[in-house]
Write a new protein. Structure first.
Length: 101
């Protein structure tokens, strides 16, 4: 029991937390990721609005069309993010490196 207490005490020190937080694992903090997510959020908002619109009387066809347009926009966002990552705007990409300017 004493060894468990000392092990957990060393694990939860501020220095240990700082070391764990220093890891750069690339959680998508890049222009490619932000653009992808923003486009997909707009597509999800459009699809959500269209889902409600399609359930109202007289708007079924337009709402259905708008819903699938929103779903399509989410796929476009995915493709845009992938292309931006490939051309160097992803995490660690060539366009994001500091050139000394």
């Amino acid at each position: 029991m004493a060894s468990e207490t000392s092990a957990s005490a060393t694990r939860n020190t501020p220095a240990t937390h700082a070391q764990m937080g220093d890891e750069t694992i690339g959680h998508g903090n890049s222009p490619a990721a932000w653009t992808c997510v923003l486009i997909m959020l707009v597509g999800a908002a459009i699809a959500s609005f269209a889902y409600i619109l399609a359930s109202t009387e007289g708007n079924h066809d337009f709402g259905t069309l708008l819903f699938w347009g929103g779903i399509g926009l989410m796929f476009v966002g995915l493709i845009v993010g992938f292309v931006m990552r490939k051309i160097g705007y992803g995490v660690g990409g060539s366009k994001l490196k500091n050139n000394g300017h």
